[in-house]
Structure formats: C-alpha cells, structure tokens
Ligand binder design. Structure first.
Ligand code: ZN
Length: 346
C-alpha cells in the first residue's frame, strides 16, 4: 500500500478560491506543486492544467479531477453597498443563509456575510420556509463608495469555511468537491514510478457548470482509457432509506456503474472491482440517478473512451460543510495508483 498520507496539502487546496471559470489560484498552486514530477506541463485554452508522465506500455490513461468549486458571482451593487448575487453551480440556496463568503476583488478577497431580514420583522409564514435567493444579500461592512471602488459586477465569490479534522478520521471543509479529487490525483501523480500507462493528469475547469473543461481536454488528448476522480453525494444520514444512500462515508472508494451521464462499460467496471478484491481495497458501487461528473464528457470524446468515475463519498455536498473520510481517500488513491502502475487488463 501507499505511504502514510499528509493531509496538509488537502487543507491548503480546500482553502484556495476556485469558482468555476475562475480556477487560476488552484491551477497555479498545483502547477507549482507537481511540475517537478511531470515530463510535460501545459495549460489549454479553457484553463485545464495538463501534466504528462511517460509510461511503459505505449497506452495512455487520462486521469481527470476538476479544480472548480460551486459558489456565487456578484450581479448587482445596490445604493447602500449591499451585493446581490447569482449562484454558480448546484448550490442548495437553503444552505446560504448566515454564511460567510469571500468576494474575490481586483485588490484581493473581502469578507462578506450573507444576511436577510431578522426574525423580529418577518411573519410566521416567512419564517416557516427557506428564504428565497432573491431575499439574500451580501454585507461587506463597507460604505457604498468603497464597495463601488473595490467590487465589480462579475467578481467571483467563494464560500468561506475552515478545514477541520473531526470525529473518527473525518474531514469537514468547503470545497472538498473537488479538492478531494484534486488531492488524490496529486498524490497519485507524485507516486508514479515507471507506470504502465502514460498518464495525462488533467486538472479540469468548469465541471460544476456542465463538465465543460473535461470536454475540450479529452478531445485534445488521445486517451485509451480514463478514470475521473470526483466526490459524490453520500446520503447516509437520518431520514434517508439505505437504498437511497448513493454511497456511505467510510464505505470505501465509490466505483460508478451508473449516473445521469454515464454507464460504465462492464469489462472496465468488473476490472476495477477485481483489483479492489485482490488487493483488499474497500469499495462500494455507486449508482446516482441524478448528477454526473467529468466522466460524462470524457467517455463521449471522439470515438469513445472507456471511462469510470471513481468517487469520494461526501456528505453535505455543495455546501461549505462538506464531509469526507480519510479512509475513503486512502482507498481511492490505492485503487487509482494500482490501475496506473499495473494497467487495467480487460
Ligand atoms: Zn465535483
């Protein structure tokens, strides 16, 4: 099995701002962190970071993990300096009330607080339901003149929440979707030693708004096979029946067989399970009738690429208190590394 993991890199990755289409901070960090391990490094037109490591078999494996996170964007600055915003990616608006955010301005990040009318001046009917998005605003605590000088319509906004390790080997933070997958890909890439495949490690952009980066990245690369590393919603929580969990936290790496965008080819699906069984890697089968990921784009590229999404089970996904497990991260690294080093033979 692999070396003991140092999670400080994951902590750093989660705290970087990287709204969809504005991933430059994450990209620059990963480029700095991983370039010395790569035979070739480049960034494509949309901003995908692509690192290559040469292998021995003459075949190419595309490993994909998206860099972007869900968040908000400034749409309007009102006459008193409060911001209105749009949502970028699939955030549940119910999770936004009373949260802190960081508005990414041209002179650096500004702390903002998402507010709404206080309980004292709302009706009972208003209080009994979720606050509609249109009634939420961001308070920067600054006079309007200063806000108008610093903030521009179109500025990205990311959720703000620290990285915490808690409970029995769990982690909670903002942006585990998908800095968790990016961390796994970074760790795998660092540990490559004469891999079977030539590895094209793609840190993709704009997954959360429709797998856009992976679409162009896959087209630009001639991959024989692909694994996409992402989080998936774990609904193993109160009020949900076990058949609706999708995956469980601490249940091992999720091997996708079906989601709304992809059905994994049977030989690849079976080969991945065989590797887990042979090497005692904990795994679970992921079926998600709603939701997709970069695999949806990659497997349809050109004449088709056998592709599977490996998934990190994540509770509270698309909120700023996402939760994942260190054991599941380890299992996902172990499986991915074995696939790349020894090859998937089917
Ligand atoms: Zn994701």
């Amino acid at each position: 099995m692999t070396k003991k993991l140092d999670f400080s890199l994951l902590k750093t990755l989660t705290q970087l701002p990287g709204l969809s289409g504005r991933e430059e901070n994450v990209r620059n960090f990963l480029k700095e962190e991983l370039s010395s391990y790569a035979d070739e490094v480049r960034t494509d037109v949309l901003g995908n970071l692509i690192l290559t490591k040469k292998g021995t078999s003459g075949k190419t494996l595309l490993l994909c993990a998206h860099m972007d996170e869900v968040g908000l964007m400034v749409r309007f600055i009102d006459e008193r300096g409060f911001l209105r915003f749009v949502i970028v990616g699939g955030i549940d608006p119910r999770t936004l009330l009373a949260q802190r955010v960081r508005v990414q301005t041209k002179t650096g990040p500004l702390l903002g607080i998402i507010g709404t009318k206080p309980a004292h001046i709302t009706t009972e009917a208003e209080r009994s339901q979720a606050v509609p998005l249109k009634d939420l605003f961001i308070d920067l605590g600054l006079p309007v003149e200063q806000v108008k000088e610093l903030v521009q319509v179109g500025d990205p906004i990311v959720l703000d929440r620290s990285y915490e390790e808690f409970g029995d080997g769990l982690i909670s933070s903002k942006a585990i979707d998908n800095r968790g997958g990016a961390f796994i890909l970074a760790e795998v890439f660092k540990q490559l030693k004469n891999p079977y495949y030539t590895v094209q490690a793609v840190f993709s952009v704009q997954e959360e708004v429709g797998v856009r980066g992976a679409t162009t990245a896959a087209f630009g690369l001639d991959a024989d096979i692909s694994l996409c590393l992402d989080t998936t919603g774990a609904a193993d929580i109160p009020g949900v029946a076990p058949q609706d969990y999708i995956v469980r936290v601490n249940g091992g790496v999720g091997i996708s067989v079906l989601d709304s965008m992809t059905i994994t080819l049977k030989p690849l699906f079976d080969a991945l399970k065989d590797i887990c069984n042979q090497h005692h890697i904990p795994y679970q089968v992921r079926i998600a009738q709603r939701g997709g990921n970069d695999a949806g784009a990659v497997h349809l590229s050109k004449t088709g690429i056998p592709t599977c999404a490996l998934s990190l089970p994540t509770r509270n996904i698309h909120s700023n208190v996402e939760i994942c497990s260190k054991k599941d991260i380890q299992a996902m690294i172990d499986l991915t590394l074995l696939c790349v080093q020894e090859g998937l033979h089917f």
